[in-house]
Design a protein around this ligand. Structure first.
Ligand code: AKG
Ligand code: FE2
Length: 161
């Protein structure tokens, strides 16, 4: 929140490369990439993600060659419609990781992460401090409308370009 007060966060974009767009009705969070100069305290998360990606590569032969992460702030009313994190292009995201930073999250606050399964069912996860979720980036998911400010760090492991 202190970081947000410095206007360091930007409206989140959808898509990749030269064709990214903003549409706050579909994706209402604001983000701050962990390699941004305005971003303090993010280095440990990025370093841990990097270490994990090296281990997955070395021990499980997963073709992971890069990590990226951002803080995300969903203001009250924001959501992120159903989507996959994996784009169709090269350098695709393989694994998504989200750690939640909301100390006292109540059911009435909404903001659940909904992960969809192939059988039509879904699993909901509350964005409570201390919860981290890791899933394959080609799984469809959405962030249901949040009624409180919702804070997280989201990171991705990418395949080689
Ligand atoms: O914050 C979450 O629970 C998921 C965010 C998300 O889907 C994304 O940033 O791609
Ligand atoms: Fe996502």
């Amino acid at each position: 929140m202190t970081l947000d007060a410095t206007n360091a966060f930007s409206i989140a974009r959808m898509g990749r490369g030269g064709s990214t767009t903003t549409d706050v009705a579909s994706r209402g969070d604001r983000t701050l990439w962990l390699d941004n100069v305005a971003c303090v305290n993010g280095g440990e998360f990025l370093a841990a993600l990097h270490t994990l990606s090296q281990q997955l590569r070395a021990n499980l032969r997963m073709p992971i060659h890069g990590v990226e992460a951002h803080y995300a702030l969903y203001p009250p009313g924001a959501r992120y419609v159903r989507h996959k994190d994996r784009m169709q292009d090269s350098g695709a995201r393989m694994i998504s990781w989200v750690t939640y930073l909301n100390a006292d999250w109540q059911p009435a606050d909404g903001g659940l992460l909904r992960l969809y399964s192939d059988d039509g069912g879904h699993t909901d996860i509350a964005p409570t401090m201390g919860t981290s979720v890791c899933f394959l980036s080609d799984i469809e998911h959405e962030v249901l409308a949040s009624h409180q400010t919702r804070l997280s760090i989201a990171g991705w492991m990418r395949r080689l370009d």
